[in-house]
Design a protein around this ligand. Sequence first.
Ligand SMILES: [Zn+2]
Ligand SMILES: [Zn+2]
Length: 444
Amino acid sequence: MSPIDLRNHLAGRHLLSSEIPFPPELLQHQDIQKEKGVTKKGSSYQCTRCLNSKRHLFASFDCAKCGRQCTYCRSCIMMGRVSECETLYSWIGESLVPPSSAGMNWSGILSPLQEKASLKIKEAIEQHTELLVWAVCGAGKTEILFEGIEAALQSGRRVCLATPRTDVVLELLPRFKQAFPNADPIALYGGSEDRFSSSSLILSTTHQLFRFKQTFDCLIIDEVDAFPFSADETLQKAVGKARKQESTLIYLSATPSGKMRKNKNLPHIKIPGRYHGHPLPVPRFQWIGSWKGSLLKQKLPSPFQKWVEDHLQIQKQAFVFVPNIPVLNQVTSALQKLNASIEGVHSEDPDRKEKVQRFREGTTPIIVTTTILERGVTVPDTEVAVFGAEEEIFTESALVQIAGRVGRHRDYPAGDVVFFHYGKTHAMISARRHIQEMNREAGL
Ligand SMILES: [Zn+2]
Ligand SMILES: [Zn+2]
């Protein structure tokens, strides 16, 4: 355990003593900055790690360490408790030289739309600017990052791609390992192995950004509109903290918020078409009357039931999105009378992973789900129904993401997307218009 090891562990990061596996006397090193974990700030507090300063996101406890009522931050508690008597450590000495890691091993071909975006990204990386990449579901957004990332690694920069969900980090890791074998990319998420210093290419969950401080030359935030990033101001502050002062910030989204689209200081590039060149499936609307009344009578509205029966008959897999868990249970049990292999899955389901896996493998013909599967899960030849599409949870962006599950594979580029409803909403109409507009812009 030498100061070099300590520097390698700490440089670029913002850690609690429990996250630094070195003898405490080494933490007295002159190049280590120590900051109080939580400080009093007016009538509230501020957390040094996540920069949260909302009074209701702090609480006190009887602290055995300092023997007082000690205030801690609730906002970043999932990363270990930061309290008034805790110290956060960072390295202010000579910084770490990133390991040499250039050399891309990727020979795929970009579509003309992808190519254009790829150039823009490379430019933003070279010039340390910000960029919003507005890419439709299925645009092939991972590949458009490759050239820019390669340019960054070549010039010795540190790159981080952060995404809200662990399953996306795990899905991306093998693709990045293959494309950047010399960079030896690493994945950081709750419970992952901690070996940050060994690579210049990090794939991480957005929450892990709290543990960095002025670290990245290039920070790419995936699914920027998705929970928790959009809902969580502190996470946005963490992004500001994790990047270097002079750095590139790239946001990726299929459904950026209106605020982001209209931000004049944030240039954007749009990829309105899919990588395979086929149009996005346009949702159709089907009125089903008072479906809540039908469910009370343990019945399914007949147009919906017929849609499911047709899919069972031709053996075409489908997602059925429902607004909440009680409706999920009612719809699933009614559908299981048609076919016992139909399954329902929601966010608190302990068998979630297994159920999604069975659907991927094709053993489950129809999967009923809450909005947890609106992103990420892609099964090649599948169609989509939204049941109760007028419910509030189905926002424009949720509906666009849901429709985006269909037709992503080159071999199955089309498919049915139907919104079963009891009254059209603004969100449904906007989602359909959004998709039509993208197809038009893509010249399809
Ligand atoms: Zn915090
Ligand atoms: Zn304490």
